[in-house]
Ligand binder design. Sequence first.
Ligand code: 5GP
Ligand code: MN
Length: 325
Amino acid sequence: MDASRNGPEPRYWEKVGTVANTLRELEGPILIVSHVDPDGDAIGSSLGLYRALKVLGKKVSWIADPPRYLRFLAREEEYSNPVERLPPGATLVVLDAAEPGRVAGAPVEGFVINIDHHGTNPRFGYLSVVDPSKAATAQIVKDLIDALGVEWNPEIATPVLTGLITDTGNFRFANTTPEVLRTAAELVGYGVKLAELTDRLQWRPASYFKALGAVLSTVGFHFGGLLVTAHLPPGLNVEDSDDFVGLIRYAEGSQIAVFFREREEGVKLSIRSRGGVSAQAVAVRLGGGGHVPAAGATLHGVGLEEAYRRVMEAVREELEHAGYL
Ligand code: 5GP
Ligand code: MN
């Protein structure tokens, strides 16, 4: 059942070196893209690499649509609109995207470099560095920028540190390894204003706070509290609704949390887990993927009720598998 590989990448430094050498020698256009619904790691790792390649004088563009709460990281002229075709001779660098189908902004074709840390990544692309033992794609980008020999400055270090901060839940999740803390210390040493950055990352619009009550009134407990759920009430459209799952996951006694968002294409699920329960396994059962403690899926062409039914089934299986039921 478990199609994912969650261990460290064999020959990691060699692969980072190969990607660095390849990028350094490229003369054609380089396009940087990431995943749909970009998070702090998607935006941070892309923007950091974009700025580093700019320093090297590369013809690089960054195709992105940053969510409102991350827009402060970039200047508007730094990100560009999606493209339907790649320019001739282009290299596509895909960052933090668990699978080709989740890439946003450009077709995944031609010379593709795949840099990611999702265990469920099928290792697509001509070159790939996929290391699930890394807390964030931003950690791999940090190593890549070192290998490129670009001199660090706050402009490059700030987005890279953002990826580490957001994917580790402000250095609180289990992926907060000594490596993460050492890398963060190093990046702060390059002039990142850490307190200002972590504060700014938590800003949300008024609509978010107004929606909180409605969202929390949907909280449900199942399997004796092992599963906690909530959803965005239909008709309510909140920008920056990504971290509602981050609130309900702290329900005492819960081993798994699922947040549901109804969208045009179906229902988007955000899944978090602890205590030997795998959010990733639940997501994979539902056609999605991600990391062991944090994963997601989209249930296409269904409504909330059917989505709840499928989630109950998949979570029951996982709770049984993990010995809770
Ligand atoms: P989130 O709940 O924050 O959207 O996603 C949690 C994690 O699961 C992220 O690392 C994200 O990339 C991954 N993920 C979310 N949705 C999907 C999906 O539909 N398919 C796959 N393969 N991964 C997903
Ligand atoms: Mn990530």
